[in-house]
Design a binder for this molecule. Structure first.
Ligand code: IMP
Length: 177
């Protein structure tokens, strides 16, 4: 891959906005009386989380967690470290995890197990995108934005080596032929 890869739009900002609005309606229906704790997985979920929360007009709390995978090169190894830990108590709370993309599923499975041990009242997952063709562990996504093909995605918070997070659309990197 060269330093200026060619980008193609997969999901436009308009499509994303419309889907985020629908997800917010679903989430409101389940959580509006539950004072949930929304936990964003850094860094990729920040834009999605901000847009989603703007549309949730009921009391909720926000926290973030940072995870890193180690020992696996560019691909998730399944050996995950918790970097920035949570300040919010989890026990007895209705927790909704907000993730940018589920790929192999190893990262988010680790996080859900980690949170489950803290005994939340409920624990669910909202993911903007899912690449089911790459899944290595079984996983239920309770609220899903888009199923996407097995391509490397950037934009709307997603990065390639810290680049392209600022793009308003979700794009894929065109493979060199
Ligand atoms: P998993 O453990 O394989 O499911 O990896 C999930 C994490 O890998 C996501 O939270 C992203 O940070 C990163 N990731 C996976 N696929 C992509 C992609 O296409 N673009 C950008 N980041 C990705």
């Amino acid at each position: 891959m060269n330093s200026q890869p060619e980008l193609r739009v997969l999901l436009s900002s308009e499509e994303i906005e419309a889907r985020v609005k629908e997800l917010a309606t679903e989430i409101r229906g389940s959580y509006q009386d539950k004072h949930p704790l929304l936990i964003g997985v850094l860094k990729g979920s920040f834009m999605f989380m901000a847009d989603l929360i703007r549309r949730l007009d009921f009391p909720l709390e926000v926290d973030f967690i940072r995870l890193s995978s180690y020992g696996g090169g560019t691909e998730s190894s399944g050996r995950i470290k918790v970097g920035h830990t949570l300040r919010s108590p989890i026990k007895g709370r209705h927790v909704l995890v907000i993730e940018d993309i589920v790929d192999t599923g190893l990262t988010i499975s680790f996080l859900l197990d980690y949170l489950r041990k803290k005994k939340p009242a409920s624990l669910k997952l909202c993911a903007l995108t899912d690449k089911p063709s790459r899944r290595r562990v079984p996983l239920d996504i309770d609220y899903l934005g888009f199923t996407v093909p097995d391509k490397f995605l950037v934009g709307y918070g997603l990065d390639w080596d810290e680049k392209f997070r600022y793009l308003p659309d979700i794009c894929f990197i065109e493979e060199e032929s």
